[in-house]
Write a protein that binds this ligand. Structure first.
Ligand code: ZN
Length: 178
């Protein structure tokens, strides 16, 4: 299990920085972004799960890894994870959740939507570090779809350059190594 630091309640920047530290664990690949995510219970200020791109088997995304790991901790299938998430669950992700995936995998936006059907209402707020660049699937409508469904999306400014540098490591046009 990843180490679980503790932060002051609502210290969004520290949570986002922690998500970025997770993104750095993701293997650099030309075909995706290295993203990190942290699932948090805002009421208890507890980290529920962490994730990063390709952490789990398959072509996994950071948000997906958080949800899959939390579901498995609670012995429910990933599609029922909304039933075991606490009342005030939020997710920090270095990059806007994806709305479209190039390989027929379910987008993270749809995974978040499914949690909304859970008994406690699922993920209510997404704190994100940058919008998804248009490198792979064109303009990402992730944020607007989430907002249309009532999920609050909050852009946390300040870490964009660092987040993108980490995200793009391994890309052919990446001039720097993160
Ligand atoms: Zn995704």
């Amino acid at each position: 299990m990843a180490e679980r630091p503790s932060f002051e309640p609502l210290d969004h920047e520290s949570y986002l920085r922690f998500a970025l530290s997770l993104a750095r664990k993701s293997p650099p690949k030309p075909s995706n972004f290295r993203v990190g995510a942290v699932l948090v219970d805002e009421t208890s200020n507890q980290i529920l799960a962490t994730g990063y791109t390709l952490e789990l088997e398959g072509n996994t995304h950071a948000e997906q890894c958080c949800l899959r790991k939390f579901a498995s901790m609670h012995n429910v299938s990933e599609d029922r994870v909304g039933d075991v998430l606490p009342q005030k669950t939020v997710i920090y992700t270095t990059m806007e959740p994806c709305n479209k995936r190039s390989v027929g995998n379910e987008p993270c936006v749809d995974r978040i939507f499914r949690t909304l059907q859970g008994v406690n209402g699922g993920i209510k707020t997404v704190y994100l570090g940058v919008s998804e660049p248009e490198t792979f699937v064109g303009e990402n409508a992730g944020r607007s779809r989430l907002e249309a469904a009532g999920v609050v999306c909050i852009h946390m400014p300040g870490l964009e350059a660092e987040i993108l540098e980490v995200a793009k490591a391994g890309h052919a046009d990446s001039s720097s190594q993160a």
